[in-house]
Design a protein around this ligand. Structure first.
Ligand SMILES: NC(=O)c1ccc[n+]([C@@H]2O[C@H](COP(=O)([O-])OP(=O)(O)OC[C@H]3O[C@@H](n4cnc5c(N)ncnc54)[C@H](O)[C@@H]3O)[C@@H](O)[C@H]2O)c1
Length: 399
Protein backbone atom coordinates (compact mmCIF):
# COMPACT_ATOMS: atom_id res chain seq x y z
CA UNK A 1 0.00 0.00 0.00
CA UNK A 2 1.43 3.37 -0.99
CA UNK A 3 1.67 6.23 1.52
CA UNK A 4 -1.20 8.00 -0.24
CA UNK A 5 -3.34 4.87 -0.15
CA UNK A 6 -2.61 4.43 3.57
CA UNK A 7 -3.76 7.97 4.25
CA UNK A 8 -7.00 7.41 2.32
CA UNK A 9 -7.62 4.11 4.11
CA UNK A 10 -6.94 5.73 7.48
CA UNK A 11 -9.37 8.54 6.81
CA UNK A 12 -12.04 6.09 5.80
CA UNK A 13 -11.48 3.98 8.90
CA UNK A 14 -11.86 7.02 11.08
CA UNK A 15 -15.19 7.54 9.48
CA UNK A 16 -16.52 4.13 10.46
CA UNK A 17 -19.18 5.81 12.44
CA UNK A 18 -20.53 3.06 14.67
CA UNK A 19 -18.05 4.07 17.37
CA UNK A 20 -19.85 6.15 19.94
CA UNK A 21 -16.65 7.07 21.81
CA UNK A 22 -18.50 7.68 25.04
CA UNK A 23 -21.33 9.65 23.51
CA UNK A 24 -24.79 8.53 24.59
CA UNK A 25 -27.20 7.23 21.99
CA UNK A 26 -29.97 9.67 21.11
CA UNK A 27 -33.47 8.45 21.87
CA UNK A 28 -35.60 8.90 18.76
CA UNK A 29 -39.28 8.42 17.94
CA UNK A 30 -41.05 8.46 14.59
CA UNK A 31 -44.38 9.78 13.42
CA UNK A 32 -45.50 8.14 10.18
CA UNK A 33 -43.79 5.37 8.31
CA UNK A 34 -46.51 2.84 9.11
CA UNK A 35 -46.73 -0.69 7.66
CA UNK A 36 -47.48 0.29 4.06
CA UNK A 37 -45.54 3.51 3.90
CA UNK A 38 -43.06 4.15 1.15
CA UNK A 39 -40.24 5.85 3.00
CA UNK A 40 -40.61 4.66 6.62
CA UNK A 41 -38.18 1.74 6.26
CA UNK A 42 -35.47 4.00 4.83
CA UNK A 43 -35.73 6.34 7.82
CA UNK A 44 -35.63 3.55 10.39
CA UNK A 45 -32.70 1.86 8.69
CA UNK A 46 -30.81 5.14 8.17
CA UNK A 47 -31.18 5.99 11.87
CA UNK A 48 -29.59 2.66 12.85
CA UNK A 49 -26.74 2.65 10.33
CA UNK A 50 -24.12 4.41 12.43
CA UNK A 51 -25.33 3.43 15.89
CA UNK A 52 -26.27 6.96 16.94
CA UNK A 53 -29.94 6.47 17.80
CA UNK A 54 -32.10 4.24 19.98
CA UNK A 55 -35.52 3.92 18.40
CA UNK A 56 -37.97 3.90 21.30
CA UNK A 57 -41.40 5.33 20.39
CA UNK A 58 -43.77 6.23 17.57
CA UNK A 59 -47.13 6.86 15.97
CA UNK A 60 -47.57 4.37 13.13
CA UNK A 61 -51.33 4.56 12.66
CA UNK A 62 -54.30 6.57 13.90
CA UNK A 63 -55.75 3.21 15.04
CA UNK A 64 -54.08 2.41 18.38
CA UNK A 65 -54.30 -1.37 17.88
CA UNK A 66 -52.56 -1.12 14.52
CA UNK A 67 -49.96 1.31 15.88
CA UNK A 68 -49.13 -1.03 18.78
CA UNK A 69 -49.07 -4.11 16.53
CA UNK A 70 -46.62 -2.48 14.15
CA UNK A 71 -44.52 -1.01 17.00
CA UNK A 72 -44.23 -4.43 18.66
CA UNK A 73 -43.18 -5.95 15.33
CA UNK A 74 -40.36 -3.39 15.29
CA UNK A 75 -39.36 -4.33 18.82
CA UNK A 76 -40.83 -1.35 20.68
CA UNK A 77 -42.40 -1.27 24.13
CA UNK A 78 -46.19 -1.23 23.42
CA UNK A 79 -46.70 1.55 25.98
CA UNK A 80 -44.63 3.82 23.74
CA UNK A 81 -46.68 3.19 20.59
CA UNK A 82 -49.22 5.97 20.24
CA UNK A 83 -52.01 6.85 17.83
CA UNK A 84 -51.74 10.62 18.19
CA UNK A 85 -48.66 12.84 17.99
CA UNK A 86 -49.96 15.33 20.61
CA UNK A 87 -50.36 12.51 23.13
CA UNK A 88 -46.93 11.18 22.18
CA UNK A 89 -45.32 14.61 22.73
CA UNK A 90 -46.94 14.97 26.17
CA UNK A 91 -46.26 11.43 27.40
CA UNK A 92 -42.72 11.26 26.10
CA UNK A 93 -41.94 14.64 27.68
CA UNK A 94 -43.05 13.34 31.09
CA UNK A 95 -40.72 10.35 30.94
CA UNK A 96 -37.18 10.55 32.27
CA UNK A 97 -36.13 8.46 29.29
CA UNK A 98 -38.41 10.30 26.81
CA UNK A 99 -37.39 10.92 23.20
CA UNK A 100 -34.79 13.57 22.40
CA UNK A 101 -35.37 13.58 18.64
CA UNK A 102 -38.30 13.01 16.33
CA UNK A 103 -38.40 11.79 12.74
CA UNK A 104 -41.41 12.85 10.68
CA UNK A 105 -42.42 10.91 7.57
CA UNK A 106 -46.11 11.65 7.14
CA UNK A 107 -47.74 13.45 4.21
CA UNK A 108 -46.11 16.87 3.92
CA UNK A 109 -49.18 18.99 4.81
CA UNK A 110 -49.00 17.59 8.36
CA UNK A 111 -45.27 18.18 8.97
CA UNK A 112 -45.69 21.55 10.70
CA UNK A 113 -48.52 20.60 13.04
CA UNK A 114 -46.75 17.36 14.01
CA UNK A 115 -43.41 19.07 14.62
CA UNK A 116 -44.88 21.93 16.70
CA UNK A 117 -45.68 20.19 20.03
CA UNK A 118 -42.30 18.43 19.98
CA UNK A 119 -40.29 21.57 19.15
CA UNK A 120 -42.04 23.35 22.02
CA UNK A 121 -40.63 20.62 24.26
CA UNK A 122 -37.13 21.13 22.85
CA UNK A 123 -37.11 17.92 20.84
CA UNK A 124 -34.88 18.00 17.76
CA UNK A 125 -36.53 17.26 14.41
CA UNK A 126 -35.58 15.36 11.29
CA UNK A 127 -38.32 15.57 8.68
CA UNK A 128 -38.88 14.34 5.20
CA UNK A 129 -39.32 16.76 2.33
CA UNK A 130 -40.95 18.93 1.14
CA UNK A 131 -40.92 20.91 4.35
CA UNK A 132 -44.66 21.67 4.30
CA UNK A 133 -47.53 22.06 1.85
CA UNK A 134 -47.87 25.85 2.25
CA UNK A 135 -45.45 28.75 2.52
CA UNK A 136 -47.26 29.96 5.66
CA UNK A 137 -46.53 26.66 7.43
CA UNK A 138 -42.92 26.69 6.23
CA UNK A 139 -42.32 30.16 7.68
CA UNK A 140 -44.10 29.30 10.94
CA UNK A 141 -41.95 26.18 11.25
CA UNK A 142 -38.76 28.14 10.64
CA UNK A 143 -39.71 30.72 13.30
CA UNK A 144 -40.56 28.02 15.83
CA UNK A 145 -37.27 26.21 15.28
CA UNK A 146 -35.30 29.41 15.70
CA UNK A 147 -37.28 30.42 18.79
CA UNK A 148 -36.78 27.11 20.59
CA UNK A 149 -33.26 26.60 19.21
CA UNK A 150 -33.67 22.98 18.21
CA UNK A 151 -31.68 21.15 15.56
CA UNK A 152 -33.58 20.55 12.33
CA UNK A 153 -32.62 18.32 9.40
CA UNK A 154 -34.50 17.75 6.15
CA UNK A 155 -33.94 14.45 4.37
CA UNK A 156 -32.80 15.63 0.97
CA UNK A 157 -30.95 12.34 0.98
CA UNK A 158 -29.46 12.56 -2.53
CA UNK A 159 -27.19 15.38 -1.41
CA UNK A 160 -25.32 12.94 0.84
CA UNK A 161 -23.99 10.59 -1.84
CA UNK A 162 -20.17 10.67 -1.54
CA UNK A 163 -19.55 11.35 -5.23
CA UNK A 164 -22.16 14.07 -5.35
CA UNK A 165 -20.24 15.65 -2.49
CA UNK A 166 -17.07 15.19 -4.50
CA UNK A 167 -18.72 17.24 -7.26
CA UNK A 168 -19.48 19.92 -4.67
CA UNK A 169 -15.84 19.95 -3.48
CA UNK A 170 -14.50 20.17 -7.04
CA UNK A 171 -16.71 23.17 -7.73
CA UNK A 172 -15.89 24.81 -4.36
CA UNK A 173 -12.17 24.44 -5.08
CA UNK A 174 -12.55 26.24 -8.39
CA UNK A 175 -11.56 23.17 -10.40
CA UNK A 176 -14.21 23.79 -13.07
CA UNK A 177 -13.85 27.57 -12.89
CA UNK A 178 -16.89 29.81 -12.86
CA UNK A 179 -20.15 27.90 -13.16
CA UNK A 180 -21.82 28.87 -16.44
CA UNK A 181 -24.36 26.15 -17.22
CA UNK A 182 -26.14 23.28 -15.51
CA UNK A 183 -28.83 20.72 -15.94
CA UNK A 184 -30.59 18.62 -13.31
CA UNK A 185 -33.04 16.00 -14.45
CA UNK A 186 -35.14 13.44 -12.66
CA UNK A 187 -37.34 11.41 -15.04
CA UNK A 188 -39.66 8.85 -13.49
CA UNK A 189 -42.52 7.00 -15.18
CA UNK A 190 -44.90 5.98 -12.41
CA UNK A 191 -47.92 8.02 -13.52
CA UNK A 192 -47.88 6.84 -17.13
CA UNK A 193 -51.17 5.07 -17.87
CA UNK A 194 -52.84 6.02 -14.58
CA UNK A 195 -56.59 6.36 -14.96
CA UNK A 196 -59.24 8.13 -12.89
CA UNK A 197 -60.22 4.70 -11.52
CA UNK A 198 -56.83 3.82 -10.02
CA UNK A 199 -55.13 7.15 -9.35
CA UNK A 200 -56.15 7.26 -5.70
CA UNK A 201 -54.68 3.82 -4.99
CA UNK A 202 -51.35 4.88 -6.49
CA UNK A 203 -51.10 8.52 -5.46
CA UNK A 204 -53.12 8.37 -2.19
CA UNK A 205 -52.77 11.67 -0.25
CA UNK A 206 -50.83 13.21 -3.13
CA UNK A 207 -54.20 14.01 -4.75
CA UNK A 208 -55.08 16.29 -1.82
CA UNK A 209 -53.51 19.75 -2.18
CA UNK A 210 -53.79 20.35 1.59
CA UNK A 211 -51.44 17.42 2.15
CA UNK A 212 -49.24 17.61 -0.93
CA UNK A 213 -49.19 21.32 -1.73
CA UNK A 214 -49.89 22.97 -5.07
CA UNK A 215 -47.77 20.65 -7.22
CA UNK A 216 -47.42 16.87 -6.97
CA UNK A 217 -44.34 16.59 -9.17
CA UNK A 218 -42.48 19.53 -7.61
CA UNK A 219 -43.22 18.26 -4.10
CA UNK A 220 -42.20 14.71 -4.94
CA UNK A 221 -38.92 15.26 -6.77
CA UNK A 222 -38.75 18.92 -7.80
CA UNK A 223 -37.52 20.07 -4.39
CA UNK A 224 -34.89 17.30 -4.37
CA UNK A 225 -33.54 18.52 -7.73
CA UNK A 226 -33.65 22.15 -6.63
CA UNK A 227 -31.83 21.42 -3.38
CA UNK A 228 -29.21 19.36 -5.20
CA UNK A 229 -28.48 22.18 -7.62
CA UNK A 230 -28.06 24.72 -4.80
CA UNK A 231 -26.02 22.30 -2.70
CA UNK A 232 -23.59 21.19 -5.42
CA UNK A 233 -23.02 24.61 -7.01
CA UNK A 234 -23.30 26.79 -3.87
CA UNK A 235 -25.33 29.13 -6.06
CA UNK A 236 -28.75 30.63 -5.46
CA UNK A 237 -31.50 31.04 -8.02
CA UNK A 238 -32.51 34.58 -9.00
CA UNK A 239 -35.48 33.86 -11.23
CA UNK A 240 -37.37 31.03 -12.81
CA UNK A 241 -39.49 30.39 -15.88
CA UNK A 242 -41.51 27.19 -15.67
CA UNK A 243 -44.00 24.99 -17.39
CA UNK A 244 -45.64 22.65 -14.89
CA UNK A 245 -48.41 20.49 -16.26
CA UNK A 246 -50.18 17.20 -16.44
CA UNK A 247 -49.31 15.14 -19.49
CA UNK A 248 -51.18 11.95 -18.57
CA UNK A 249 -54.70 12.45 -19.89
CA UNK A 250 -56.64 11.20 -16.86
CA UNK A 251 -54.42 12.43 -14.05
CA UNK A 252 -55.78 15.06 -11.62
CA UNK A 253 -52.35 16.39 -10.57
CA UNK A 254 -49.28 17.63 -12.41
CA UNK A 255 -46.73 15.07 -13.56
CA UNK A 256 -44.12 17.05 -15.48
CA UNK A 257 -42.16 20.27 -14.98
CA UNK A 258 -39.63 22.02 -17.19
CA UNK A 259 -37.86 24.93 -15.53
CA UNK A 260 -35.27 27.37 -16.82
CA UNK A 261 -33.26 29.14 -14.15
CA UNK A 262 -31.18 32.30 -14.00
CA UNK A 263 -28.73 32.21 -11.13
CA UNK A 264 -27.46 35.13 -9.05
CA UNK A 265 -23.97 34.66 -10.55
CA UNK A 266 -25.56 34.81 -14.04
CA UNK A 267 -25.20 31.08 -14.69
CA UNK A 268 -28.05 29.57 -16.70
CA UNK A 269 -29.56 26.13 -16.56
CA UNK A 270 -32.56 23.92 -16.34
CA UNK A 271 -34.35 21.42 -14.14
CA UNK A 272 -36.63 18.75 -15.59
CA UNK A 273 -38.64 16.50 -13.28
CA UNK A 274 -41.28 14.08 -14.41
CA UNK A 275 -43.35 11.05 -13.51
CA UNK A 276 -44.64 10.94 -17.11
CA UNK A 277 -41.37 9.67 -18.62
CA UNK A 278 -42.32 6.18 -19.79
CA UNK A 279 -39.97 3.58 -18.34
CA UNK A 280 -38.22 6.15 -16.16
CA UNK A 281 -37.16 4.81 -12.77
CA UNK A 282 -35.07 7.13 -10.59
CA UNK A 283 -32.93 8.72 -13.31
CA UNK A 284 -31.56 11.56 -11.26
CA UNK A 285 -28.67 13.27 -13.04
CA UNK A 286 -26.77 16.50 -12.48
CA UNK A 287 -24.33 18.16 -14.87
CA UNK A 288 -22.50 21.39 -14.11
CA UNK A 289 -20.32 23.20 -16.64
CA UNK A 290 -17.79 25.89 -15.73
CA UNK A 291 -15.42 27.91 -17.90
CA UNK A 292 -12.55 25.53 -17.02
CA UNK A 293 -14.27 22.16 -16.74
CA UNK A 294 -17.36 20.19 -15.86
CA UNK A 295 -18.74 17.48 -13.58
CA UNK A 296 -21.46 14.94 -14.20
CA UNK A 297 -23.13 12.51 -11.77
CA UNK A 298 -25.87 9.98 -12.38
CA UNK A 299 -27.72 8.08 -9.65
CA UNK A 300 -27.59 4.87 -11.74
CA UNK A 301 -23.81 4.95 -11.32
CA UNK A 302 -23.49 6.61 -7.90
CA UNK A 303 -19.93 5.59 -7.05
CA UNK A 304 -18.38 7.33 -10.05
CA UNK A 305 -18.08 10.98 -10.96
CA UNK A 306 -17.20 12.25 -14.40
CA UNK A 307 -14.80 15.19 -14.25
CA UNK A 308 -13.51 17.04 -17.28
CA UNK A 309 -10.87 19.76 -17.36
CA UNK A 310 -10.74 21.95 -20.45
CA UNK A 311 -8.63 20.34 -23.21
CA UNK A 312 -7.75 17.32 -21.07
CA UNK A 313 -9.01 13.75 -21.27
CA UNK A 314 -12.15 12.88 -19.28
CA UNK A 315 -11.53 11.44 -15.80
CA UNK A 316 -13.77 9.09 -13.87
CA UNK A 317 -13.19 9.59 -10.15
CA UNK A 318 -14.20 6.63 -8.02
CA UNK A 319 -15.69 6.75 -4.52
CA UNK A 320 -13.23 6.52 -1.60
CA UNK A 321 -10.23 6.52 -3.93
CA UNK A 322 -7.07 8.40 -2.98
CA UNK A 323 -8.11 11.37 -5.04
CA UNK A 324 -11.34 12.41 -3.38
CA UNK A 325 -11.87 15.33 -1.00
CA UNK A 326 -12.29 14.97 2.76
CA UNK A 327 -15.99 15.81 2.44
CA UNK A 328 -16.50 12.95 0.02
CA UNK A 329 -14.30 10.54 2.01
CA UNK A 330 -16.15 11.34 5.24
CA UNK A 331 -19.41 10.47 3.51
CA UNK A 332 -18.15 6.98 2.61
CA UNK A 333 -18.04 3.86 4.74
CA UNK A 334 -16.64 1.18 2.44
CA UNK A 335 -13.26 1.03 0.72
CA UNK A 336 -13.17 1.90 -2.96
CA UNK A 337 -14.65 -0.67 -5.32
CA UNK A 338 -17.41 -1.95 -3.06
CA UNK A 339 -20.62 -0.21 -4.10
CA UNK A 340 -22.47 2.14 -1.76
CA UNK A 341 -25.87 3.55 -2.53
CA UNK A 342 -29.19 5.02 -1.50
CA UNK A 343 -29.35 3.76 2.09
CA UNK A 344 -25.82 4.86 2.94
CA UNK A 345 -26.55 8.36 1.62
CA UNK A 346 -29.78 8.48 3.62
CA UNK A 347 -27.85 7.35 6.71
CA UNK A 348 -25.33 10.16 6.25
CA UNK A 349 -28.12 12.67 6.86
CA UNK A 350 -29.13 10.87 10.07
CA UNK A 351 -25.56 10.67 11.32
CA UNK A 352 -24.95 14.32 10.60
CA UNK A 353 -28.22 15.17 12.36
CA UNK A 354 -26.95 13.21 15.39
CA UNK A 355 -23.60 15.01 15.24
CA UNK A 356 -25.43 18.38 15.19
CA UNK A 357 -27.32 17.33 18.32
CA UNK A 358 -24.09 16.26 20.07
CA UNK A 359 -22.48 19.59 19.14
CA UNK A 360 -25.53 21.50 20.26
CA UNK A 361 -25.62 19.69 23.61
CA UNK A 362 -21.94 20.44 24.15
CA UNK A 363 -21.60 24.02 22.88
CA UNK A 364 -25.18 25.22 22.41
CA UNK A 365 -24.37 25.65 18.74
CA UNK A 366 -23.70 23.56 15.69
CA UNK A 367 -22.78 24.00 12.04
CA UNK A 368 -25.21 22.66 9.45
CA UNK A 369 -23.70 19.84 7.39
CA UNK A 370 -27.11 18.43 6.44
CA UNK A 371 -30.05 20.11 4.69
CA UNK A 372 -31.45 22.76 7.02
CA UNK A 373 -34.68 24.56 7.77
CA UNK A 374 -33.57 27.37 5.41
CA UNK A 375 -33.20 24.79 2.63
CA UNK A 376 -36.71 23.60 3.42
CA UNK A 377 -38.22 27.08 3.20
CA UNK A 378 -36.34 27.77 -0.05
CA UNK A 379 -37.78 24.56 -1.50
CA UNK A 380 -41.32 25.70 -0.77
CA UNK A 381 -40.66 29.16 -2.25
CA UNK A 382 -39.35 27.38 -5.37
CA UNK A 383 -42.55 25.30 -5.72
CA UNK A 384 -44.78 28.37 -5.46
CA UNK A 385 -42.63 30.44 -7.84
CA UNK A 386 -42.62 27.66 -10.46
CA UNK A 387 -46.39 27.25 -10.26
CA UNK A 388 -46.89 31.02 -10.50
CA UNK A 389 -44.66 31.22 -13.56
CA UNK A 390 -46.42 28.31 -15.22
CA UNK A 391 -49.86 29.87 -14.66
CA UNK A 392 -48.62 33.05 -16.39
CA UNK A 393 -47.42 31.31 -19.53
CA UNK A 394 -43.88 30.75 -18.16
CA UNK A 395 -43.31 34.37 -17.18
CA UNK A 396 -40.00 34.96 -15.35
CA UNK A 397 -40.63 35.06 -11.59
CA UNK A 398 -38.11 36.21 -9.00
CA UNK A 399 -37.43 33.78 -6.17
N1 LIG B 1 -36.73 11.45 0.80
C1 LIG B 1 -37.32 10.75 -0.14
O1 LIG B 1 -36.66 10.28 -1.06
C2 LIG B 1 -38.81 10.54 -0.09
C3 LIG B 1 -39.41 9.50 -0.84
C4 LIG B 1 -40.80 9.33 -0.72
C5 LIG B 1 -41.56 10.13 0.11
N2 LIG B 1 -40.94 11.16 0.78
C6 LIG B 1 -41.70 12.05 1.67
O2 LIG B 1 -42.01 11.30 2.85
C7 LIG B 1 -43.29 11.66 3.36
C8 LIG B 1 -44.17 10.41 3.41
O3 LIG B 1 -44.29 9.87 2.09
P1 LIG B 1 -44.60 8.32 1.83
O4 LIG B 1 -44.40 8.13 0.38
O5 LIG B 1 -43.86 7.46 2.77
O6 LIG B 1 -46.15 8.29 2.16
P2 LIG B 1 -47.03 7.01 2.46
O7 LIG B 1 -48.44 7.36 2.12
O8 LIG B 1 -46.43 5.80 1.80
O9 LIG B 1 -46.88 6.82 4.03
C9 LIG B 1 -47.34 7.79 4.92
C10 LIG B 1 -47.41 7.18 6.31
O10 LIG B 1 -47.77 8.20 7.24
C11 LIG B 1 -48.83 7.70 8.08
N3 LIG B 1 -49.56 8.88 8.55
C12 LIG B 1 -50.29 9.75 7.85
N4 LIG B 1 -50.75 10.74 8.64
C13 LIG B 1 -50.30 10.46 9.89
C14 LIG B 1 -50.44 11.10 11.16
N5 LIG B 1 -51.13 12.22 11.29
N6 LIG B 1 -49.84 10.52 12.22
C15 LIG B 1 -49.12 9.39 12.07
N7 LIG B 1 -48.95 8.75 10.90
C16 LIG B 1 -49.54 9.28 9.83
C17 LIG B 1 -49.60 6.75 7.20
O11 LIG B 1 -50.35 5.84 7.95
C18 LIG B 1 -48.44 6.07 6.45
O12 LIG B 1 -47.88 5.04 7.22
C19 LIG B 1 -43.80 12.77 2.45
O13 LIG B 1 -43.45 14.02 2.98
C20 LIG B 1 -43.04 12.53 1.14
O14 LIG B 1 -42.90 13.70 0.35
C21 LIG B 1 -39.60 11.34 0.70
Amino acid sequence: MSKKEKIAFGKLNLMRNDLLDGKPKIRIGFVGGGPNSFIGYSHRLASRFDNRFSFVAGVFSRDIKKSIKFGISLGLDPSRCYNNYNVMAKKEFKRKDGIQALGIMTPSGDHYKIAKPFIEKKIHIISDKPLTATLEDAIKLEKLIKKHKVVFALTHNYSAYPMLREAKSIIENGMIGKVMLFNVEYPQGYTVGISKKNESTILKWRLDKKLCGPSMILAEIGTHAYHLLRYVTNLEVKEISAEVNSLSPELSVDDNAFMVLRMKNNARGSIWVSSAATGGENGLKIRVYGNKGSVEWFQDDPNNLKFVELNKPTKIITRASNFVSDLSMKSSRLVAGHPEGFFEAFANIYTEFANSIYDYNKNKKFKYTHPSIEDGVKGIKFIFAAKKSSKQNSKWIKI
